[in-house]
Design a protein around this ligand. Structure first.
Ligand SMILES: Cc1cc2nc3c(=O)[nH]c(=O)nc-3n(C[C@H](O)[C@H](O)[C@H](O)COP(=O)(O)OP(=O)(O)OC[C@H]3O[C@@H](n4cnc5c(N)ncnc54)[C@H](O)[C@@H]3O)c2cc1C
Length: 403
């Protein structure tokens, strides 16, 4: 299949962060792309806000890091907290200064990345951006694959060398390829609220990113440029309208941190969250990347970051194919990225959730004491942060991870 026609484009389904960044990597390498997005515009998506150090290092190659830094806010430290006692362990990413050009987290909504990448793609003669155009199906064809799409002008068939499913957790490409997506859907929903109330005044000593453990209502508290975002678990048996009602939202936020004037609430969004990995990231000329290939809970901020690492790895592999070096690089993309997901992203995020929802106060106390001991020791802290910042997993597989 890799002896296909180099004049044919790569068709990418999905203009989320992963599809947009993959498309930009490919056009910068001289490879034509058609990027399909079923919606008429890019999503103004409030899901990801954390960019980890190696992701910022990688995005520099596309000149996207500097504009993202302008649009976001740096989080040089982050905390693990116990909600009841207020005790916390604070990690300082400055210990990674020798490992990455960006020894901090950037908090910046994911839609800034898609907008920036699409603005670059719109200027490229090698990219065709097709909004309001849905991937419908495919069949293998000489030199690659024929992709069926439906767009503003009706159904159409595109001839491509490869098709990439970057179309999110419910990927139609993955389903069309018959690839299993095993794992679990969490029973609770994940409820994101945002407010301009300065939560670091309501809860003194808060960092820019905080993982708050509690036996009955854990949460994460994140600062973005304009707002603070709080993520709570929410009972899936309660109707969405009841969860999102003003008084219910106020009660939750006041329960976390009393604020006499009441909270102004800018966003309230409920998500179903899954922990799943595709059985394979490839079926012939069809490849998967990002949430189409793997989904995990957001505790650790690894979903989009992992998907962007897929995009860079897949773009490098496709360039090797275009140079006529065979498809070994694609096989390596699939096995190596899948190994990172299973051994690291999936395992770490599942562990983070278990620690945050631990019901036994003495087990929570012991976890916090362990975290405090690590944070206080620069050598242990560096090692821990190499893992939590996703650098260690990239390096283990020989992908560029920092520096
Ligand atoms: C509450 C929450 C917080 C999160 N926080 C973080 C974080 O801080 N850091 C982090 O790294 N990750 C985070 N994540 C995860 C992150 O949001 C996702 O991993 C990321 O959006 C995946 O990007 P993607 O491009 O693979 O998929 P998506 O963002 O889902 O994009 C897929 C695109 O494909 C399009 N599409 C779907 N079907 C079709 C079709 N048939 N044809 C054409 N187009 C189609 C969709 O419209 C969409 O635009 C969070 C997730 C949640 C729920």
């Amino acid at each position: 299949m890799t002896n296909g026609d180099a004049a044919l484009p790569v068709v990418i389904a999905g203009a989320g962060p992963v599809g947009c960044v993959l498309a930009l990597c490919l056009v910068r390498a001289g490879i034509r792309v058609e990027l399909l997005e079923r919606h008429a515009t890019l999503a103004e998506d409030l899901r990801a806000s954390t960019f980890h150090p190696p992701t910022l290092d990688m995005l520099e190659a596309l000149q996207l890091t500097a504009p993202l830094l302008e649009r976001g806010v740096l989080a040089p430290t982050y905390q693990y907290r116990d909600r009841r006692t207020g005790r916390h362990a604070t990690f300082d990413l400055a210990v990674l200064a020798g490992e990455t050009r960006h020894p901090y987290r950037l908090q910046c909504e994911q839609y800034h990345l898609t907008r920036l990448a699409c603005a670059e793609l719109a200027d490229s003669p090698l990219a065709r951006l097709r909004f309001a155009t849905r991937f419908e199906g495919y069949e293998e064809a000489p030199g690659g694959v024929r992709v069926e799409v439906s767009g503003p002008d009706g159904p159409e068939r595109l001839h491509a060398r490869f098709l990439v499913g970057a179309d999110g957790a419910h990927s139609a490409v993955r389903r069309a390829a018959g690839i299993a997506f095993e794992g679990i859907t969490y029973p609770e929903k994940f409820f994101v609220l945002s407010t301009s109330v300065p939560l670091d005044q309501a809860l003194p000593g808060l960092a820019g990113v905080n993982y708050v453990a509690d036996g009955s209502e854990w949460c994460t508290i994140l600062k973005t440029r304009r707002l603070w975002r709080v993520l709570f678990p929410a009972d899936a048996d309660v109707a969405d309208e009841a969860l999102m009602a003003d008084d219910a939202v106020q009660a939750r936020l006041q329960g976390l941190a009393a604020w006499p004037g009441g909270y102004d609430v800018h966003h309230r969004t409920l998500y179903r969250v899954h922990q799943r990995v595709a059985a394979t990231f490839r079926a012939g000329p069809v490849l998967l990347a990002g949430d189409a290939a793997h989904v995990n809970n957001p505790l650790g901020g690894m979903g989009m970051n992992g998907g962007l690492h897929d995009a860079f790895a897949l773009a490098a592999a496709l360039q090797q194919v275009w140079r006529g070096e065979g498809d070994a690089a694609l096989e390596r993309y699939c096995t190596s990225r899948r190994r990172v997901v299973v051994d690291f992203i999936d395992a770490q995020t599942a562990r983070n959730k278990r620690e945050m929802e631990e019901r036994d106060p003495s087990a929570r106390e012991a976890y916090l004491a362990r975290m405090q001991a690590i944070a206080a020791d620069p050598r242990k802290s560096r090692e821990y942060l190499l893992g939590a910042s996703m650098i260690a997993a990239l390096r283990r597989e020989g992908w560029a991870g920092g520096r």
